[in-house]
Design a binder for this molecule. Structure first.
Ligand SMILES: Nc1ncnc2c1ncn2[C@@H]1O[C@H](COP(=O)(O)OP(=O)(O)OP(=O)(O)O)[C@@H](O)[C@H]1O
Ligand SMILES: [Mg+2]
Length: 261
């Protein structure tokens, strides 16, 4: 569904994507794992065509997003649903209008049909009856669910989640995890989830990609990652403070120097 080839993105002296090669299987949930600053959001923005890489390619259904004109990317993005880090709801719009927004923006669907669609999506995320509430009246977990309803309102083929459970209590996290998994199955969507929550990752993932300061240090099925003999992967999934993974970029540069120079 999506294939990344030799993707490079630098911000000044920071390499956020360092020659990344990976792919995202159709109909599967792929979790991009990594610590803070490892380049997860940067990769996600490039996957959606929101940001251009310095070099390399991102193929969406065979088309290279990095070479397409803006207009075409805009068209393709209608097939993508996005749940951003923080829910990014419009504070001045009620729940109904928040979810209806993409339909009003991108389609000419009649009001009564919009009403049916929005009601259906709210039902899917378990929030029927909240149409007239304002975002400020919702809990963090509910806001994520509204964000999710908005992300699926255009019936996307792919849905991107940036930290969908950050800041949530364990129960709300479980609810969101289940929703991601259920929606993936029910709608036959390809799901790409950025997370640093290992437990949550193992609950929802079919495939896992582990990023570490701009590098992919492992990718494979949940089984493969669980059974990995790679010390860095073991350290990461066991959350151990001692091990081969250095904790800052400076440490990593230092390690690269002594290892490879
Ligand atoms: N627009 C930008 N301008 C400058 N530097 C950036 C920009 N976006 C990201 N970076 C840098 O690139 C690196 C990767 O950032 P990114 O936001 O992708 O990490 P992340 O894995 O999503 O982290 P987090 O878990 O904290 O959200 C960081 O060092 C960050 O400071
Ligand atoms: Mg991020």
């Amino acid at each position: 569904m999506i294939k990344v080839e030799n993707l490079v993105k630098r911000y000044g002296s920071v390499t956020a994507s360092n020659h990344l090669n990976c792919h995202f299987e159709k109909g599967k949930v792929t979790v991009i794992l990594g610590g803070s600053g490892s380049g997860k959001s940067t990769l996600l923005r490039q996957l959606t065509g929101l940001e251009k890489p310095d070099s390399g390619s991102v193929y969406f259904e065979g088309m290279d997003l990095t070479t397409l004109p803006k207009k075409k990317i805009y068209e393709i993005r209608k097939k993508m649903g996005m749940l951003f880090q923080g829910s990014a709801l419009f504070n001045y719009l009620n729940i109904f209008e928040n979810i209806a927004f993409p339909l009003r923006e991108h389609t000419k669907i009649a009001d009564n049909v919009i009403k049916t669609i929005v009601t259906m999506k709210l039902e899917m995320v378990g929030l029927r009856g909240t149409e007239n509430l304002m975002p400020s009246q919702l809990s963090g977990g509910m806001m994520k669910r509204v964000g999710l309803a908005r992300a699926i309102v255009m019936d996307p083929k792919v849905i991107f989640y940036d930290e969908p459970t950050s800041g949530l209590d364990p129960i709300s996290t479980g609810v969101i995890d289940k929703l991601i998994k259920d929606l993936n199955r029910a709608l036959n969507i390809t799901s790409i989830v950025v997370s640093h929550d290992i437990e949550s990752c193992f609950r929802i993932a079919d495939n896992i990609i582990i990023l570490f300061y701009g590098d992919i240090i492992a990718q494979g099925t949940v089984e493969e990652i669980r059974n990995s003999e790679d010390l860095r992967v073991k350290q990461f999934i066991n959350g151990e403070p001692e091990g081969p993974i250095p904790f800052t970029r400076t440490d990593k540069n230092y390690l690269d120097e002594i290892l490879f120079d």
